[in-house]
Design a protein around this ligand. Sequence first.
Ligand SMILES: CC(C)(COP(=O)(O)OP(=O)(O)OC[C@H]1O[C@@H](n2cnc3c(N)ncnc32)[C@H](O)[C@@H]1OP(=O)(O)O)[C@@H](O)C(=O)NCCC(=O)NCCS
Length: 181
Amino acid sequence: MRLPIETDRLLLRPHRTSDLDDLAQFRGDPEVVRYVPWPVRDRAATEETLQVKLTQTELVAHGQWLVLAVEVRSTGTVIGEVLLKWAADRQGEVGFALGRDHQGQGYAAEAATAMLRLGFDELGFHRISAVCIEENVASARLLARLGMRQEARLVDNVFFKGAWATQLVFAMLEDEWRAPR
Ligand SMILES: CC(C)(COP(=O)(O)OP(=O)(O)OC[C@H]1O[C@@H](n2cnc3c(N)ncnc32)[C@H](O)[C@@H]1OP(=O)(O)O)[C@@H](O)C(=O)NCCC(=O)NCCS
């Protein structure tokens, strides 16, 4: 796996300690964290999680997460993060989060597509999945736009931030990735 990954507008790269200011911006936004499993984090808590991210730079064993900073190439600003988990034998799981100011511009789709490419073309994955809370319409729309199929709707499957929540499971197979779209 060769990092960083360059796309048209983005650089997907391992985190650096100097990313703290940019990270604290979106990790402290209640709207951004509403449907993700972490709480609103202040600067100190963001710094703690950044220490972990600094180590999540490889995908060589099952259970590992690769967590990359999403940097806009033209400005050098880190606007979010994109994740790929090596979930099981030749299977991955993808995830993403962007700061509110940078949503609605196709950046998440650009970053997530690069992670699908990494999983299927470089790591030889057979299946990549993603899970989102049903109310997270932006995420479900993005997953569908990426060409992932909704495979399941798991009713009240998770106790999430104080209430039972329904999860949608999306997935794509290597054949679907390679099929002309
Ligand atoms: C989920 C999330 C990453 C989706 O981000 P997003 O910005 O909506 O997704 P995209 O990057 O695909 O952008 C799509 C939008 O940009 C628009 N767009 C503008 N310029 C574009 C371009 N050059 N290319 C593609 N789309 C473009 C599209 O029309 C689309 O708008 P629409 O949603 O109104 O139809 C974002 O909502 C987020 O970070 N949420 C908080 C964290 C979270 O919930 N993560 C997911 C947990 S499962």
